[in-house]
Design a protein around this ligand. Structure first.
Ligand SMILES: *[C@@H]1O[C@H](CO)[C@@H](O)[C@H](O)[C@H]1NC(C)=O
Ligand SMILES: *[C@@H]1O[C@H](CO)[C@@H](O)[C@H](O)[C@H]1NC(C)=O
Ligand SMILES: *[C@@H]1O[C@H](CO)[C@@H](O)[C@H](O)[C@H]1NC(C)=O
Ligand SMILES: *[C@@H]1O[C@H](CO)[C@@H](O)[C@H](O)[C@H]1NC(C)=O
Ligand SMILES: *[C@@H]1O[C@H](CO)[C@@H](O)[C@H](O)[C@H]1NC(C)=O
Ligand SMILES: *[C@@H]1O[C@H](CO)[C@@H](O)[C@H](O)[C@H]1NC(C)=O
Ligand SMILES: *[C@@H]1O[C@H](CO)[C@@H](O)[C@H](O)[C@H]1NC(C)=O
Length: 784
C-alpha cells in the first residue's frame, strides 16, 4: 500500500518531465530531477517561532552542538540533531528612538527593525553578531555557555560590516579576529566597500573601476601561505556581480566577478594609504550553451580536500540576467585556475575614445615590478619589500588604475556541471560521500526560489538530479544552506523558517530497481531486508546492491504487479491509475496487448488513463508499462495492470457508478451517489465515530491519520469529486480522509456525481477513490 502512495508522490505533469536536451547535447543531459518529492512534513524538521521572520543567517557550531540562526530581532541556538528543539534564544530589538529616527529618514516600519545579518565565530569561541538595527548597523559579541545564549551588550558600530538596508546583499567572513566584509558603507547603500576591520583597517577605493554597482555574494579564505614555495600570503576571495565596463552595451549589463586580497595587506605608504594594494578582480564565466548574455552568480561553496588548499574548488550557482529563459546552472572553479589569471594574466586598462567614452582594453605596456596586486612573496622580500607599505609608487599607481584582469576565469571542464530549467537556483553546498566501492562523489545540494532543495551529481560530465525535495509550503526562496557532516543533516533557512533534512531518504525508493536507478551514492538496496537503505561508509556487503550507472540487472527478480479485476459500467468515466516512481520514465498503455493511442475518449494523464463515456469495447486487459533508460539499458516494468469486465446488471442496463459501488459492497461508496445531505451526515458521523473530525464544520480541515499524508494530486481530484476506497488484500475496507482541496460545499448533485478511480499497486491492492463535496475519507484500518 505504501508503494502506491509513494508512487503517486513523485509525479509531475508529463509536459514538464520530458527531458529537453539543449542543443548540441546528447541524451543523458538530465536537467530534470528524477524524483519530485512534494511537500510533506516528513521531508524535514521545521523550526520557526510565531511572529518571527527572515531566518536567513546561519552559523553551524558543531563544537557546541548547536546551529545558530539569525532572524529578525532574534538569534536562536538550535540542537543540531533536531532543530525543532530550541536550546536558547536571545532577542535584539531596536529602541523606540532608533525606530523613530529610521522612520523619520523615510524608511518603513518593516525595514526599521533589526535584521541579524552577520554571525561569526571569533578566536576565543565567542560569536560576533551584527544586525541592520533600523538602518544603524551595530555589532556585538555573544556567548553560548551552559546552554544559554547571551549578548554582551558591547554595542559596536557596524558600518561597513553589515548593510544598512536589510534587502541588500552583503558578505563577510571572520579570520581570527579580523572581519572581512563586503557591503555598503552608507545609509543610501550607494557606497560599496570591501574592507577589513581590525586595528589596521583597510578598504577598497571609492571608484567605479574597483566596484561598479556591485551585488556582493560570498567570501572565502584560502590559506595559500601553507607550504608555499614562493613565500606566498593567505588570501581572501570575494564573489560578486557588478555592472560591466568591458562590453560595449547601451543598456546596463551585469557580469560575475571574483576578486581577491592578500591577508597581509596593510595598504600603501602614500598611494593607496589604508586601501588594498592587492585588490584584483576578474570576470567569472559560466558558459551555458545557448545563452547570449553572461550568467549572474548567486552563491558559492568552497570545497577543499582536507588541508590541501591546492585542491580547493568553488562551486557556484548562476542564473540568467534576464528572466526569460529560466535556466539555472552550476559551474565549478579551481582556485589554481583563478590564481593563474591573477598571477600571470594580462591587465585591462581604460582608454578614452572620442572625448568622454571610456573603453577597457587589454594592457600591453610594461608592467612594473613587483607585479601590481601580487602578495608580498620571497622575491619581493629579497628586494627589501617586506610589507605592502614598502611597495613602490609605480606598482601602487598601476593597480589603483587597473584592478581588472583581461582574462576571464573559466570553469572546470569549460562548461557547467549542471543546468536546470525550472525552479531558480539560489544557494549551494557540496558534500562529499563515498559509495560502497569507496569511490568519492561530490553531491550538490542546491536551494531554489521555490523552496525546494535539489540533490544533484555530475557523473563524468553527465548531469543527474537525483531528486528535488520541497521543504517549504507555501514556496519560500531558500536563503541559507548549510550542513553538518557529523549529523548527516542539511539545514535550509528561508524567510518563513528553517528546515533540517537528512542527506538521504533512501526509503522513498520502494523497489530495488527504483533504488538502483536513483543512482544515489548514499543509498543501496538491501536484499535481505528488501529495503532501500542508507549505506554507512563501512564495508560493501554482498547483500547490498548499488550501481551508480543504474545497472538494475543486479536486482533480484521482483514479483509482478497483481492485476486489479473490476467491473466496467457503461456510459461513465473511469480512471486507471498508474504513476511510475521516476520522472524520467516513459509510460505506455496497452489494451489487450495493443498500444493504446490517446483519443477523445482515452486520455493518457501523468497519473493514469482516463476513459470517458465507457462502452463495451473498453472491456479487456490494460497494462501500464514504464520504461526508464540507464547507462546499462532500458528498464521496462509493468506498473499497473487491470482487467475490466462489463457488469451484468439487472435487465442488462448500463450501470451507474453508484450501482457498481454497491455491487462491490463497499459501504462507503454509497456516498458517491451524490452530494446528498444524508450521506454527508453519514460521513460526518463516521468521522466523528472514528475521531477524525475535531471540528464538525462542513469545510473543516481534517488531518490524515498518523504517518500518512494526503493523496497527491488531490487539488485536481477535489474539484472533480472522485471516490477513493482502498481494498487491501485481506479484503478489509480501507477509507482515508483526504485533505480537502478547493473546498466547495455548495456543489450541487450534478457536480458530485460519482467517478470511480482504480489504482493497482505492487501488493495487489485496489484503491477506489470517492470524493464527496471535497471531503474525503482516510481511515487506514489495514495498517495497524
Ligand atoms: C522578511 O520576511 C518577510 C515575510 O516573508 C518578507 O516579506 C520580507 O521581505 C523579508 N525581509 C527581508 C529583509 O528579507
Ligand atoms: C625586511 O626584512 C629583512 C629581514 O627580516 C630585514 O633585514 C630588512 O631590513 C627588512 N627591510 C625593510 C625595508 O624593512
Ligand atoms: C514551485 O512549486 C510549486 C508547488 O510548490 C509548483 O506548483 C511550481 O510548479 C513550482 N515551480 C517551479 C518553477 O518548479
Ligand atoms: C563497484 O565496482 C564494481 C567493480 O568494478 C562495479 O561493477 C560496480 O558498479 C561498482 N559499484 C559502484 C557503486 O560504483
Ligand atoms: C483477477 O482475475 C484473474 C482471473 O481472471 C485471477 O487469476 C486473479 O488472481 C484476479 N486478481 C485479483 C487481484 O483478484
Ligand atoms: C456515449 O457513447 C454513446 C455510444 O457509445 C453515444 O451514443 C453517446 O452519445 C455518448 N455520450 C456522450 C455524452 O458522448
Ligand atoms: C462553489 O460552487 C458554486 C456553485 O457551483 C460556485 O458558484 C462557487 O463559485 C464555487 N465556489 C468556489 C470557492 O469554488
Amino acid at each position: 500500500m505504501h508503494s502506491l502512495v509513494v508512487v503517486t508522490l513523485f509525479w509531475l505533469p508529463l509536459g514538464l518531465t520530458q527531458p529537453t536536451p539543449p542543443s548540441g547535447s546528447k541524451a543523458g543531459f538530465h536537467c530534470v530531477p528524477r524524483k519530485t518529492v512534494p511537500f510533506q512534513s516528513e521531508n524535514g524538521r521545521l523550526f520557526r517561532e510565531e511572529g518571527v521572520w527572515n531566518y536567513s543567517t546561519m552559523l553551524l557550531r558543531e563544537d557546541l552542538g548547536v546551529l545558530l540562526l539569525g532572524a529578525r530581532e532574534n538569534i536562536y541556538a538550535l540542537d543540531i540533531n533536531d532543530i525543532s528543539n530550541m536550546k536558547s534564544s536571545v532577542s535584539w530589538k531596536v529602541t523606540p528612538k532608533q525606530r523613530e529616527d529610521c522612520r523619520n529618514k523615510g524608511k518603513d516600519s518593516i525595514e526599521c527593525q533589526n535584521y541579524i545579518k552577520v554571525l561569526h565565530t571569533v578566536k576565543d569561541g565567542r560569536m560576533y553578531v551584527c544586525g541592520t538595527n533600523a538602518f544603524q548597523p551595530g555589532c556585538d559579541y555573544m556567548s553560548y555557555t551552559d546552554g544559554q545564549l547571551k549578548l554582551e551588550n558591547k554595542l559596536e558600530d557596524g558600518k561597513g560590516k553589515c548593510p544598512f538596508d536589510p534587502f541588500q546583499r552583503y558578505s563577510s567572513i571572520m579570520i581570527d579576529e579580523d572581519l572581512y566584509s563586503a557591503t555598503s558603507l552608507n545609509f543610501l547603500g550607494s557606497q560599496p566597500v570591501v574592507s577589513r576591520s581590525s586595528p589596521s583597517s583597510i578598504r577598497t577605493e571609492f571608484h567605479s573601476s574597483w566596484l561598479n554597482e556591485p551585488t556582493f555574494i560570498s567570501m572565502a579564505q584560502i590559506p595559500e601561505s601553507k607550504s608555499s614555495l614562493v613565500g606566498d600570503d593567505d588570501k581572501v576571495y570575494l564573489f560578486f556581480s557588478e555592472s560591466a565596463v568591458e562590453y560595449d552595451s547601451y543598456s546596463r549589463l551585469l557580469v560575475s566577478r571574483v576578486a581577491r586580497v592578500c591577508q597581509g595587506d596593510l595598504g600603501g605608504q602614500r598611494t593607496l594609504q589604508k586601501k588594498w594594494t592587492s585588490f584584483l578582480k576578474a570576470r567569472v564565466d559560466c558558459p551555458v550553451p545557448g545563452s547570449k548574455l553572461p550568467y549572474i552568480i548567486q552563491d558559492t561553496y568552497r570545497w577543499c580536500e582536507g588541508e590541501d588548499w591546492r585542491t580547493c574548488v568553488f562551486y557556484a550557482v548562476f542564473t540568467p540576467q534576464t528572466d526569460g529563459w529560466g535556466m539555472s546552472a552550476v559551474c565549478a572553479y579551481s582556485v589554481l585556475d583563478i590564481g593563474m589569471v591573477f598571477s600571470e594574466g594580462k591587465y585591462k586598462t581604460p582608454v578614452t575614445v572620442e572625448t568622454s567614452f571610456v573603453k577597457w582594453v587589454m594592457y600591453n605596456g610594461d608592467v612594473p615590478s613587483p607585479r601590481p596586486g601580487a602578495c608580498i612573496d620571497n622575491k619581493a622580500r629579497s628586494h627589501g619589500i617586506n610589507r605592502s607599505l614598502d611597495l613602490p609608487d609605480q606598482t601602487l599607481q598601476f593597480i589603483k588604475d587597473r584592478p581588472l584582469m583581461n582574462q576571464a576565469v573559466l570553469p572546470v571542464g569549460n562548461r557547467p556541471l549542471l543546468t536546470h530549467r525550472g525552479a531558480v537556483f539560489t544557494r549551494i553546498v557540496v558534500h562529499r560521500t563515498q559509495d560502497l566501492n569507496g569511490t568519492k562523489h561530490h553531491i550538490m545540494f542546491i536551494g531554489t526560489e521555490n523552496g525546494s532543495v535539489m540533490k544533484a551529481i555530475n557523473y563524468n560530465e553527465e548531469m543527474f538530479i537525483i531528486e528535488e525535495v520541497q521543504l517549504f509550503r507555501p514556496a519560500q526562496p531558500i536563503k541559507a544552506l548549510s550542513f553538518s557532516d557529523t549529523t548527516g543533516q542539511l539545514y535550509a533557512g528561508s524567510e518563513y523558517g528553517a528546515v533540517q533534512m537528512p542527506f538521504s531518504s533512501c526509503g522513498r525508493s520502494v523497489s530495488c530497481e527504483d533504488c538502483v536507478l536513483a543512482r544515489d551514492p548514499y543509498c543501496a538496496w538491501d536484499k535481505i531486508q528488501a529495503r532501500c537503505v542508507a549505506v554507512s561508509t563501512a564495508k560493501a556487503d554482498s547483500h547490498l546492491v548499488q550501481s551508480l550507472v543504474g545497472d538494475f540487472s543486479l536486482c533480484p527478480a521482483t514479483e509482478p504487479v497483481k492485476r486489479v479485476n473490476s467491473t466496467l459500467w457503461l456510459g461513465g468515466n473511469l480512471k486507471l491509475s498508474c504513476s511510475p516512481p521516476s520522472n524520467l520514465a516513459e509510460v505506455q498503455w496497452q489494451h489487450d496487448a495493443q498500444p493504446l493511442r490517446p483519443s477523445t475518449r482515452h486520455q493518457i494523464l501523468p497519473d493514469g488513463l482516463h476513459i470517458l463515456n465507457t462502452s463495451a469495447s473498453d472491456a479487456g486487459h490494460y497494462r501500464c508499462v514504464s520504461m526508464e533508460r540507464s547507462k546499462t539499458g532500458a528498464y521496462t516494468a509493468t506498473v499497473a495492470e487491470y482487467r475490466l469486465e462489463v457488469g451484468s446488471g439487472p435487465e442488462g442496463q448500463p450501470r451507474r457508478p453508484e450501482a457498481q459501488a454497491e455491487e462491490l459492497s463497499l459501504v462507503m461508496l454509497q456516498a458517491s451517489v451524490a452530494c446528498l445531505a444524508i450521506v454527508l451526515a453519514v460521513l460526518l458521523g463516521w468521522n466523528l465515530y472514528k475521531g477524525h473530525l475535531p471540528l464538525p464544520g462542513p469545510c473543516g480541515r481534517a488531518r490524515p491519520s498518523a504517518g500518512r499524508e494526503e493523496n497527491q494530486g488531490d487539488q485536481e481530484e477535489a474539484a472533480r469529486p472522485t471516490t477513493q476506497l482502498v481494498a487491501s488484500q485481506s479484503g478489509k475496507l480501507v477509507t482515508r480522509l483526504l485533505e480537502p482541496g478547493e473546498a466547495n460545499c455548495t456543489s450541487n448533485n450534478n457536480k458530485c456525481s460519482g467517478e470511480v478511480e482504480l489504482a493497482g499497486s505492487k501488493e495487489g491492492e485496489t484503491e477506489v477513490s470517492v470524493t464527496l463535496c471535497s471531503m474525503q475519507f482516510i481511515d487506514d484500518e489495514s495498517e495497524s
